[in-house]
Design a protein around this ligand. Structure first.
Ligand SMILES: [Zn+2]
Length: 105
């Protein structure tokens, strides 16, 4: 018998499918090699849209969350640290800085 809080496997599968489409994709360039790097962000109105890092709508920037380990330049084998630069007078930028080297195991 399922107790309170137990997740039915069917519901879980449902949830995983939903998670995939409840993400938007943000595209930035690796600060080191300029290669295109894409990562997924989640926010309440995500629907699978793609955005350029310099052109993410403000409402999304205010709510979006991402996993820092998703932002990787595979050419440099490095994580890219992304941080939001909030500015009132101009569109907000996604600022990318090169992160720690990926451990290759
Ligand atoms: Zn790179």
């Amino acid at each position: 018998m399922f107790g309170e809080g137990m997740i039915d496997p069917a519901d879980m599968a449902d949830k995983l499918v939903r998670l995939k489409t409840d993400r938007d994709i943000i595209m930035i360039y690796c600060p080191q090699c300029s290669k295109r790097v894409e990562f997924a962000v989640t926010h309440p109105t995500a629907d699978g849209s793609h955005y350029q890092g310099i052109n993410v709508p403000e409402r999304i920037q205010q709510m979006m969350e991402w996993n820092p380990k998703d932002v990787i330049c595979y050419d440099c084998k490095r994580y890219i640290k992304v941080r939001l630069t909030l500015a009132k007078t101009r569109p907000m930028d996604l600022e990318a800085t090169i992160g720690a080297e990926l451990s290759v195991t």
